[in-house]
Design a protein. Structure first.
Length: 318
């Protein structure tokens, strides 16, 4: 992963973080682990703050001032947020509010908040690739609502606090980041397939397999996110992702098997009880804004990213 960290550092000019301090909230998750590796590798001063270490952002945050605050805390696994819908909403509302209150009281230099592409729902065909100004439609009464509506609440709080207190907050909407540090049992599509591959099991596609996604390798996505923190506009939102290729789940499964030499092992099944069946039908970002404001864009192709992800799972013995 050293090359991945070097890639991020070159994209953002990591020297901008030298002699600065970072409060990293959600430090033990997928994105948080990448950021810890980056900060450790380049000797960036940071504090990891995570519920797994007993630090709960649903309680007031009493810490000294940090120059930058990154909030990537959240319950993003569909299986987990379906089991913990109230807690998922709490993190998005109470947690976000506590983070913003802390940032005001300590007058931090820049705040990066992680939302999600889920806020778009299923965009209309003429709005794909989807720009930041697209107004999505999300049901309030579905198995995904606790997460999707929660992220809308996060964004609304950031909008209110920016307009009320001029807090230097930026919001990013990641589109399916993937790679090392993903949980192999978190029941997201590429993690599931990696687990099946390693266990010599069939690759399963939920439903009719026509739902589409684009996938962005983590080092590309994190470079874009940090670029937003360092040079994005306060009070604005940014799509983070890789707009190509947009693949249906059947196309993705075939590509996955072709790259890993695992042909003939794909089967379609009904949505299991632990996974929401009302998922968006299409998702593809327009990233013109983030490229324009940061001069950073994705460079890692799907084959390279999947091979790197598989190598991580093998090294970790997962």
């Amino acid at each position: 992963m050293e090359n991945d960290l070097k890639h991020i550092a070159e994209q953002i000019n990591v020297d901008q973080l030298k002699d600065k301090s970072v409060l990293l909230i959600g430090s033990n998750g997928f994105i948080g682990n990448w950021l810890k590796d980056l900060f450790d590798h380049y000797s960036i001063n940071y504090l990891g703050y995570d519920i797994q270490s007993g630090n709960d952002i649903c309680k007031p945050i009493d810490l000294p001032r940090y120059d930058y605050v990154i909030n990537c805390a959240g319950i993003a696994s569909p299986e987990k947020y379906m089991k913990l819908p109230v807690e998922t909403m709490d993190v998005s509302y109470i947690g976000t509010k506590n983070v913003l209150e802390y940032c005001i009281s300590r007058q931090v230099g820049s705040v990066l908040m992680f939302s999600s592409s889920e806020v778009y729902g299923t965009p209309k065909p003429d709005s794909i690739p989807t720009k930041e100004d697209y107004i999505g439609t999300i049901p309030t009464r579905s198995s995904r609502s606790c997460y999707d509506i929660g992220k809308q609440v996060l964004e609304t709080l950031c909008y209110i606090y920016y307009n009320k207190s001029q807090i230097p907050v930026k919001v990013v909407r990641p589109f399916n980041l993937y790679g090392p540090y993903m949980g192999i049992n978190d029941n997201r599509v590429l993690s599931n397939w990696m687990r099946s591959y390693l266990n010599n099991e069939d690759i399963t596609v939920y439903g009719d397999g026509k739902q589409t996604r684009t996938f962005c390798y983590a080092s590309d996505g994190i470079a874009m996110c940090l670029g937003v923190m360092l040079s994005g506009n306060d009070g604005e939102v940014y799509n983070i992702g890789n707009p190509t290729p947009e693949l249906s789940m059947h196309e993705l499964a075939n590509t996955f098997c072709e790259i890993l030499g695992y042909s003939g092992r794909i089967k379609s099944i009904q949505y299991p009880d632990f996974y929401p069946s009302d998922e968006p039908l299409r998702r593809c970002p327009n990233i013109d804004k983030v490229v324009r404001h940061t001069n950073i864009q994705p460079k890692t192709d799907l084959k390279t990213g999947l091979i790197s992800m598989l190598g991580y799972f093998k090294r970790e013995g997962l």
